[in-house]
Design a protein. Structure first.
Length: 290
């Protein structure tokens, strides 16, 4: 049998409930026992199939990765970095998990040499036998020392990302307020984002860079020199069109996300082929006009 001793009931109970809920239905309930007073979880393994035994190890892995790691991340956030606001803590935890799950490849690059999951799996494989009795807290202290030490790097990286996202949102809000007070210089703009970025008016006549430069409000570049690029965002903000038609291959690229975040419902996304079709149709109409 596997006998795991916990120091805290707050650890023993969720692990017990996780195993009890997920143990194969073909296994009797009495295969998993909990002594609440002594915080001991006992799993009778003699009759477990190999698949069920492997499932126990997997559940122990999930318990540590998705339950205990959050506790440890929270401790690092509150004790070392002095975060106390629950909403902020949760947002940082969401970023941490997105990195761990490989959803933020640009951030995962900073921890690409880390193999936390493999370290955890290896430690569990070494200790989890069919007949074993061990202390969970000792397991964490000695077997997961390197694993736990590396968690701090994820917290630091996620805090940096959280601060950048907050700064970005403040920047977006400032620019929204800026365009809300401006009169539109042009009612409509068509913007082709392909090999280069090209601006066109409502009649699909190209606005040359010299024309765009003359339209730019210089206060924008002075007040936001880092974030407002002079080739795309600055002309857009200065013109403040009522409708923006974007033509592109990749709608999720950062520049387009920023334009959509600033101008919101004013923006319509289209394919590059749609641009060429509409411009051709417009030229045909112009030819028929005497």
């Amino acid at each position: 049998m596997i006998e795991i001793h916990f120091q805290r009931r707050e650890d023993a109970m969720p692990f017990y409930q996780l195993v009890k809920k997920n143990l194969l239905t073909s296994q009797p309930d009495n295969h998993i026992l909990l002594e609440e007073e002594q915080c001991i979880v006992t799993i009778l393994t003699e009759a477990l199939t190999e698949k069920a035994f492997y499932g126990i190890k997997k559940l122990f892995y999930e318990f540590i990765l998705y339950t205990k790691c959050d506790d440890w991340f929270r401790s690092i956030l509150t004790e070392r970095f002095l975060y106390s606001d629950e909403e902020e803590i949760q947002q940082i935890l969401d970023i941490i998990h997105s990195i761990l799950e490989g959803e933020r490849s640009e951030l995962a690059e900073f921890v690409k040499d880390y193999e936390e999951k493999n370290l955890l799996k290896k430690a569990i494989h070494q200790v989890m036998k069919r007949n074993i009795s061990f202390s969970f807290d000792s397991f964490v202290k000695f077997r997961l020392r390197e694993f736990c030490a590396r968690l701090e790097r994820y917290v630091e990286l996620s805090i940096d990302e959280y601060k950048m996202e907050q700064e970005y949102q403040m920047f977006i809000q400032t620019l929204r307020e800026f365009i809300s007070t401006r009169s539109s210089l042009l009612a409509c703009l068509h913007i082709l984002i392909d090999e280069d970025i090209m601006f066109f008016d409502a009649q699909f006549s190209e606005l040359k860079k010299m024309q765009l430069t003359k339209m730019i409000d210089r206060k924008l570049l002075f007040n936001h020199p880092v974030y407002v690029d002079s080739t795309t965002i600055a002309p857009l903000l200065s013109i403040a069109p009522e409708n923006i038609y974007l033509y592109c291959k990749e709608p999720d690229q950062p520049l387009i996300r920023t334009i959509r975040n600033i101008f919101e419902e004013r923006v319509l996304i289209n394919s590059i082929s749609a641009f060429h079709e509409r411009r051709y149709d417009r030229s045909e109409i112009d030819k028929r006009i005497p």
